[in-house]
Structures are given as C-alpha cells and as structure tokens.
Write a protein that binds this ligand. Structure first.
Ligand code: ZN
Length: 216
C-alpha cells in the first residue's frame, strides 16, 4: 500500500491581469518505489528539496509529470541519480533511452503492484494520471490538470478554458471519477469523490454526446 504526501497544494489565481499558478506537488511511497509527481516551477527546487528532507525521502525512483507545462516539470532534473525513469506525459525515458508505450491506445502503465499510470489526455494531447492504492484502503488519483481543483466540477469554465480537447477531457474526467475514492488535482487541494461529482461530470459527457448526434 502507498503513503501519499502532498508537498504543496497548487493554485491558479488571476490577479492584476496575470495568471499566478503553480502545481500540486506530491510524493508517493509504495513498498517498492518512491515517486515524485509534478515538480512545480524551476524556481521551486530549494522548497522541494527541503520538503523531501523533512519527510525523510532520500531517493526517487520515478519522476512523473502529468504533462509538459513548465509548472509541472520545473525540477525534474534534480532527480537523475539512480532514477528508474522520467515519465513526462506519454514520454518515458532514462538518459537518452526512450521507451515506447502505447498510451495513445489507452493502455495503462504499471509501475508496481500498487501504482499505475492511466492515460487521460484532454488538457493537453498527452496527459497522464497516477492511480495508487493507499494505506487507508482506498484508491487515489493524482491527476494533474485533468482536474484544476474541486470547484471545477461545479464550474466547468475553470477547466474548459485551459483545455486542448474538452470533449476528450470530459470523458477522461468521468473515467477517473468512476475509478477512485479521492483525487489530488493539478491546482488545488485533495478531495473525496462524491456522487454529485460523478453526476456533474456525466452531464457534461452527455452534453457532448448530444452535440455529436446533432452533427450526425
Ligand atoms: Zn497546470
């Protein structure tokens, strides 16, 4: 079972005409592997290192970025010593070696018995979500910008405005909501999945389905 530690809750705030944003940064420890998920902006290296020290993490096995945006990849190169793989969106590598995995055919990628990566594009063309079995006995999705924050379930403008493919993102949001007990979103605090979250996500998927039917 995994221990999940959020190093920092992400945020996205419009202020003085600028978007101020940073991602949620999470560490997951399974019996076999330690993962850091989304490494904030390049200016956050000292913060991440001091937090890791505080929680007693001295080695990282997998560096995972939910997608390639700069607030999710900023400190990946702090973790190159004996790391197993860097996984940035659909791209899996170690040094100059690249491993082809058919994420684009919706295939999951298993890290160990307790952690798997699920392809969940929509925010960009290559987003991924880490699904873990937790010590508490449930499952948690560390989802990057598939979800901005809990509020985006009731206010869809919060995620649709930043979406590369809203229809695909809507169906992947529903898929993950139906799969897990709680979600750590890309720019907000962890929340438990409630029936009304699933209903809200289903409504948007249905709306896209109706539009599709009209076109046909
Ligand atoms: Zn983001």
């Amino acid at each position: 079972m995994c221990e999940v530690t959020v190093l920092k809750n992400g945020y996205a705030i419009l202020k003085d005409g600028w978007m101020h944003a940073n991602c949620t940064c999470t560490v997951v420890r399974s019996p076999e592997n330690t993962v850091i998920f989304d490494t904030m902006t390049p200016w956050d290296g000292p913060f991440i290192q001091s937090k890791l020290k505080e929680i007693g993490v001295t080695h990282i096995d997998y560096v995972i970025s939910s997608h390639g945006h700069s607030d999710h990849t900023g400190n990946n190169n702090l973790f190159i010593e004996n790391v197993k793989q860097h996984i940035v969106g659909f791209c899996i590598s170690n040094k100059d070696q690249y491993y082809a995995h058919p994420f684009e055919h919706d295939e999951e990628y298993k890290l160990d018995e307790w952690m798997k990566i699920v392809p969940t594009p929509g925010h960009t063309s290559e987003d991924i979500t880490l699904v873990v079995k937790t010590k508490a006995g449930g499952t948690t999705a560390i989802a990057g910008d598939l979800f901005e924050c809990e509020d985006d379930l009731t206010d869809s403008t919060l995620w649709i405005a930043n979406s590369f493919n809203p229809e695909k993102q809507a169906s992947n949001r529903l898929k993950i909501l139906s799969m897990v007990d709680s979600i750590i979103p890309g720019h907000g605090a962890q929340f438990n999945v409630l029936p009304e979250h699933i209903e809200a996500a289903q409504t948007i998927v249905d709306k896209y389905g109706l539009e599709q039917n009209k076109v046909n």
